[in-house]
Design a protein around this ligand. Structure first.
Ligand code: GUN
Length: 281
């Protein structure tokens, strides 16, 4: 029997608690999302983020810019948002069109409004093991889900498949800080199935449907699937469910696993920035 590590109910509880904390403090959190271009996946993610703020009665702005927008224009937008007292959290939806350098642009954001934890100051602090108010949402969501299901990482072998700036690097920092024994791989690593079989926990964020099959897992594996891809008309993760579900000890569903946890952590981060202190979840 495989335990289903559902994220949706956990995310709902977290959002409820964060919303309650904000109501008691009398502060209305404000989020601004900048989207450059109209990539369908990004549009869907941004819509979900904005809708969630609406459902909570929070303030939000969705700023859409054409795909040929120049860096100077985005700088102007960021300058205004940095000064806007109603906005506590700013998110630049990634990836940006190829002509834009995301890290130069993220650096222009006030680090105190960086809801993703992607500003180099914040990412640098995270790597140094220092507390930041708003750590990157997806890895934070993974840590919160593991905590909810009482899955300890200290001293455990955890294999991570991703070296992206959004997920892999901050995830690695959080796992190391939590005393995991990290096996860090990426899409070009060799011999990953054999390494994965040795791990207690497999965390995959490659965006490659069906990558994690029976050659990666054992009956003891706990599998966290961060991949979200449209494949043959369906939303799928990195795990080949037909070969892994029923075999492993525990598995996150896609959809309904890490996706809702990421949104919950975004709400937690906007609220934490508004309150100027990290909200415990
Ligand atoms: N694109 C995919 N995931 C994310 C995220 O967590 N934050 C931002 N800014 N862009 C993303």
């Amino acid at each position: 029997m495989t335990i289903r590590l559902a994220g949706k109910p956990v995310a709902e509880k977290i959002i409820e608690s964060v919303s309650h904390t904000c109501k008691t403090s009398g502060i209305t959190p404000g989020l601004a999302v900048i989207q450059v271009g109209d990539d369908p996946a990004s549009s869907l993610y941004v819509k979900k983020k904005i809708e969630k703020t609406h459902s909570l009665g929070w303030y939000s702005e969705h700023i859409t810019l054409p795909s040929n927008t120049q860096a100077s224009e985005i700088k102007k937008t960021l300058d205004l948002l940095n000064k806007n007292a109603e906005i506590h959290g700013i998110l630049v939806q990634l990836p940006l069109p190829a002509h834009l350098n995301s890290y130069h642009l993220l650096e222009l954001m006030d680090p105190a409004k960086d809801v993703d934890g992607f500003h180099p100051n914040n990412m640098g602090k995270l790597l140094c093991g220092l507390e930041i108010i708003a750590p990157p949402c997806t890895p934070l969501g993974v840590m919160a889900l593991l905590k909810h299901y009482n899955i300890k990482v200290a001293g455990k072998k955890v294999i991570l498949l991703s070296r992206s700036n959004i997920v892999g690097k901050p995830m690695a920092a959080m796992l190391i800080e939590a005393d995991a024994t990290l096996i860090w791989t990426h899409i070009n690593s060799q011999g990953v199935p054999a390494l994965a079989k040795q791990a207690d926990i497999i965390i995959s964020a490659t965006g490659k449907p069906n990558l994690i099959d029976q050659t990666y897992v054992t009956e003891e594996s706990i599998v966290i699937d961060i991949g979200i891809t449209k494949h043959q008309g369906k939303t799928v993760g990195d795990v080949k469910t037909s070969r892994v579900a029923g075999v492993v000890k525990a598995l996150t569903p896609v959809p309904g696993g890490i996706g809702p946890m990421t949104i919950a952590m975004l709400m937690r981060n906007v609220a934490s920035l508004a309150l100027k202190k990290p909200i415990e979840v």
